[in-house]
Design a protein around this ligand. Structure first.
Ligand SMILES: Cc1cc2nc3c(=O)[nH]c(=O)nc-3n(C[C@H](O)[C@H](O)[C@H](O)COP(=O)(O)O)c2cc1C
Ligand code: SF4
Length: 431
């Protein structure tokens, strides 16, 4: 069992209670009341409107309005409609969905049930990364309990509404977290993202209208239905309401999960909640939202963790996976780790991505070995710039942004490697 997160709020409030993952434990604290309310007292359109007014934004990385996304599902159609719960969580630095699946399986299932009612979906596919064997087992157990209680199946809570939920396990590819790569994988094919349009709401899983949402996104929904939009908006900022579960890792005293309102200062999370850097060392840089987001240097941590503020610093909230690096860190080695990952994980369909990720990794490694030239820095920026906005999916952008961020804030690290013809950071982590 995972330890309780260090800071809890409404999503993680009961995660430390032994019986909370069971249906009895969940019902003991009011579980499935919101689903009953939605299915018996609210029309699907009313649920969608409520989620829109609450301002819930997807927690999978892109931050798109959840209510808006649900409203894109066609209404007058005889075709079956599907939901997909994206539990692939393969973004390095992100580990919040894991605990939400393990400890909050019924909370997420209840959110799925409400979303199914709102969108008219007949089946939900929960796509879980293959490495998450225990979370997947927990979900299957919870689904079994929900069927046994009549909360899933052909007559949900006696309302006549039918909904089924299935778990599918992935096989360890980062690109299967991208929603259309996921849909291909779900259908048993190679996980290669699809060209859009058509968007999943028109042509999704098995060609049917589909909505894809993240684990955490679904988990917020029962709370919104039960306590209302104004209550939800009492957390976070005006443009980014609610809490989120920040995962903090790297050079900190207390790595872990912290459920805090969106808009909490990054400095507060790193220094107060996570206890700052151990051993009296200083912070050098912090990645605020998972490895595909741009890094912020130590001088820029006084920023609220919400997209409207992070955009001003040319970065994003992403998945809220915060990676802290201390002053011993060689940022060229960081670029090497990141570029190796993206080179390895590119699905290879688009030239800019397939060639660009390989090229960046090759040049960064050359610089790290002390064999780089001054022009290499310009070539890196040029290649990264040409990968943005040119490809089938946003993977290529996600591969370019961290490299651009490292060059923007730590160009001295790169220049010193070229000047000294070796890595000047003797105490940095090993490659
Ligand atoms: C390369 C790439 C990887 C992604 N990986 C994930 C992931 O592991 N989990 C996730 O929820 N969303 C991931 N996304 C975002 C999904 O495509 C999609 O936007 C999200 O699941 C929608 O859910 P939301 O609206 O609830 O955030 C990824 C996107 C890209 C481009
Ligand atoms: S951008 Fe990269 S990962 Fe996305 S479809 Fe193109 S090659 Fe594949």
């Amino acid at each position: 069992m995972l330890e309780t997160p260090y800071v809890t709020n409404y999503l993680t409030e009961h995660f430390g209670e032994e019986d909370y993952p069971t249906i009895e434990g969940y019902e003991r604290v009011g579980g499935y009341r919101a689903a009953r309310k939605a299915l018996t007292e609210m029309s699907p359109d009313e649920v969608i409107e409520l989620v829109k007014i609450a301002g819930l934004q997807g927690r999978g990385g892109a931050g798109f309005s959840t209510g808006m996304k649900w409203s894109f599902m066609p209404k007058d159609t005889d075709r079956p409609k599907y939901l997909v719960c994206n539990a692939d969580e393969s973004e390095p630095g992100s580990f919040k969905d894991r605990i939400l699946l393990e400890r909050g399986s019924h909370q997420m299932l209840e959110g799925i049930l409400i979303a199914a009612w709102a969108t008219g979906a007949s089946t939900t596919f929960i796509y879980i990364r293959g490495e998450y064997a225990y979370p997947a087992d927990q979900m299957e157990r919870a689904i079994g309990e929900a069927y046994a209680k009549g909360y899933l199946g052909e007559n949900v809570m006696g309302t006549g509404f039918r909904h089924d939920v299935r778990v599918t396990r992935g096989a360890g590819a980062y690109i299967c977290g991208e929603e259309t790569g996921l849909l291909e994988s779900l259908e048993g094919k190679k996980g290669q993202p699809r060209k859009k349009p058509p968007f999943p709401a028109q042509y999704g899983a098995f060609g049917m209208p589909t909505t894809v949402n993240n684990v955490e996104t679904f988990s917020h929904v029962p709370h919104i239905v039960e306590k209302g939009a104004n209550w939800f908006r009492s957390f976070g900022t005006e443009k980014s309401p609610g809490t989120t579960v920040f995962g903090v890792s790297g050079h900190v005293v207390r790595p872990g999960l912290y459920e805090l309102p969106l808009g909490t200062m990054l400095s507060e999370i790193v220094f107060e909640h996570a206890g700052g850097v151990p051993g009296g060392r200083k912070v050098k840089g912090v990645i605020p939202g998972g490895m595909s987001m741009s890094i912020l240097p130590a001088g820029q941590l006084d920023v609220p963790m919400a997209n409207e503020f992070l955009h001003e610093r040319k970065t994003m909230l992403g998945t809220g996976g915060i990676i802290v690096m201390d002053e011993t860190t060689c940022m060229v080695r960081v670029a090497s780790v990141i570029s190796y990952f993206f080179r390895d994980e590119s699905c290879g369909q688009c030239t800019q991505c397939r060639e660009g990720t390989g090229w960046i990794n090759k040049i960064v490694d050359r610089i790290e070995r002390g064999a780089g030239e001054e022009e290499d820095l310009e070539v890196l920026l040029d290649v990264a710039g040409k990968m943005e906005g040119q490809t089938i999916c946003a993977f290529a952008d996600a591969a370019a942004w961290p490299i651009q961020g490292l060059l923007r804030h730590f160009s001295d690290d790169f220049a010193e490697h070229v000047r000294q013809r070796k890595c000047p950071f003797a105490e940095s982590f090993e490659l």
